[in-house]
Design a protein around this ligand. Structure first.
Ligand code: NAD
Ligand code: GLY
Length: 358
């Protein structure tokens, strides 16, 4: 088992990465505090792993909430359902919420934990690659509003992240590829050597070789932990983790959150960010080509022709990074270095979006 720490003073917590750890009572004893546990999962993940996890939680009182599957259930209604169960079972402030699932379950359960009695402890047990490399780390929790994605939420750090890489065995291939988009993102924003490692090892990752996956998860979490440790509340540097997201979120909202997986939209967004960086003179054409090639090898979409450019530009305007009416974007200074800027030619942004959309 591998471990690293998200350093946040009295709110620091471990990320444990290993095969089979959700079934290890001694480990859960150490990292799941309290006697009362609310296990939150969904209708796909619970039948696969809830029994294993509940069994390893031993003598604790374990109550389960099983949400319907999917992004459309990342809502305040799901949070209310979780809180109803906490209240009905008279769970106190010393209870622990355990989120077993992908980013949707993690975000909803984490937000319920942030709200219940003004905040109770929670543990992330991520089961998608995307959740293992990104959403389970860093304490962003929340739900969607009909007016936009993740518009309601709170920063609330987990007390531990328990990443059982064996859960990836059952992940559908398309979901694995979506997670790889976030892994590629880390190489692009912070680590050219890791990016080159991904180029050399993409097939091993697609074949789910445990050692390759464990390395990709570890390095991704290290990068995220480092950035979150310096800028928990996204006052600056943390925004770099949103490379490709302004473009990607616009695809997701323009398509009504159906059809495109989050990671797929981010994949296309990474290439658009690289292309706009080339237009701004901070990225060489051959580097943009490397980004396109790696995304293609990962089986990710590199354009969204069925989504009209005007609709995407409109949706970009309500992004959380808009400041004083200006869309700020994360761009690249070559592979391995990202920067946040509002200083780019408007025409170049429009031309980039038009080049990748219908
Ligand atoms: P998801 O949670 O919807 O999971 C994808 C699908 O895989 C679902 O159908 C799920 O039931 C299924 N699944 C999960 N684990 C499985 C397993 N081991 N075996 C078989 N099937 C499994 O989607 P996701 O990609 O994990 O997360 C996307 C969400 O994460 C979005 O809502 C996004 O906004 C959020 N997110 C949050 C952060 C953050 O910092 N909080 C960061 C990135 C993304
Ligand atoms: N996924 C971006 C962040 O956690 O900040």
């Amino acid at each position: 088992m591998d471990s690293l720490t998200v350093e946040l003073e009295d709110r620091s917590y471990p990320i444990l990465i290993g095969a089979g750890l959700l079934g290890e009572p001694a480990l859960l004893d150490r990292h799941v505090p309290g006697r009362d546990v609310l296990l939150v999962s969904n209708t796909v993940v619970a039948p696969l792993y809830a029994e294993l996890l509940a069994g390893a939680l031993g003598e604790r009182r374990v109550v389960q909430v099983i949400l319907p599957d999917g992004e459309s259930h990342k809502t305040l209604a799901s949070v209310a359902r979780i809180v109803d169960v906490l209240v009905a079972n008279r769970f106190g402030r010393d209870c622990t919420v355990v989120a077993l699932g992908g980013g949707v379950v993690g975000d909803v359960a984490g937000f319920a934990a942030a709200c219940y009695q003004r905040g109770v402890q929670y543990v992330q047990a991520p089961t998608t690659l995307l959740a293992q490399v990104d959403s389970s780390v860093g304490g962003k929790t929340g739900v969607n509003h009909p007016g936009g994605k993740n518009l309601i939420g709170a920063f609330h750090q987990p007390v531990a992240v328990l990443t059982d890489v064996r859960t990836l065995d059952t992940l559908p291939p398309r979901e694995l590829r979506a997670g790889l988009a976030e892994v590629i993102k880390y190489g692009l924003i912070r680590d050219a050597a890791f990016y080159a490692w991904l180029e050399a090892n993409m097939e091993r990752l697609l074949h789910r070789e445990p050692q390759a996956l464990a390395h990709a998860i570890r390095r991704s979490c290290e990068i995220k932990a480092e950035i979150v440790g310096r800028d928990e509340r996204e006052q600056g540097e943390r925004a770099l983790l949103n490379l490709g997201h302004t473009f990607g979120h616009a695809i997701e909202s323009a398509t009504g959150y159906s059809g495109w997986l989050h990671g797929e939209a981010i994949g296309a967004g990474l290439l658009m960010a690289a292309s706009l960086s080339r237009e701004c003179g901070t990225m060489r054409p051959e580097e943009v080509q490397r980004v396109r090639a790696l995304l293609e090898r990962a089986g990710l979409p590199t354009a969204a022709r069925e989504v009209p450019a005007d609709a995407v530009l409109e949706h970009m305007r309500i992004d959380k990074k808009v400041k004083a009416g200006r869309i700020r974007l994360v761009l690249l200074r070559g592979i391995g270095t990202a920067y946040l800027t509002g200083d780019y030619p408007d025409g170049a942004l429009r031309a980039t979006v038009e080049a990748y959309h219908g």
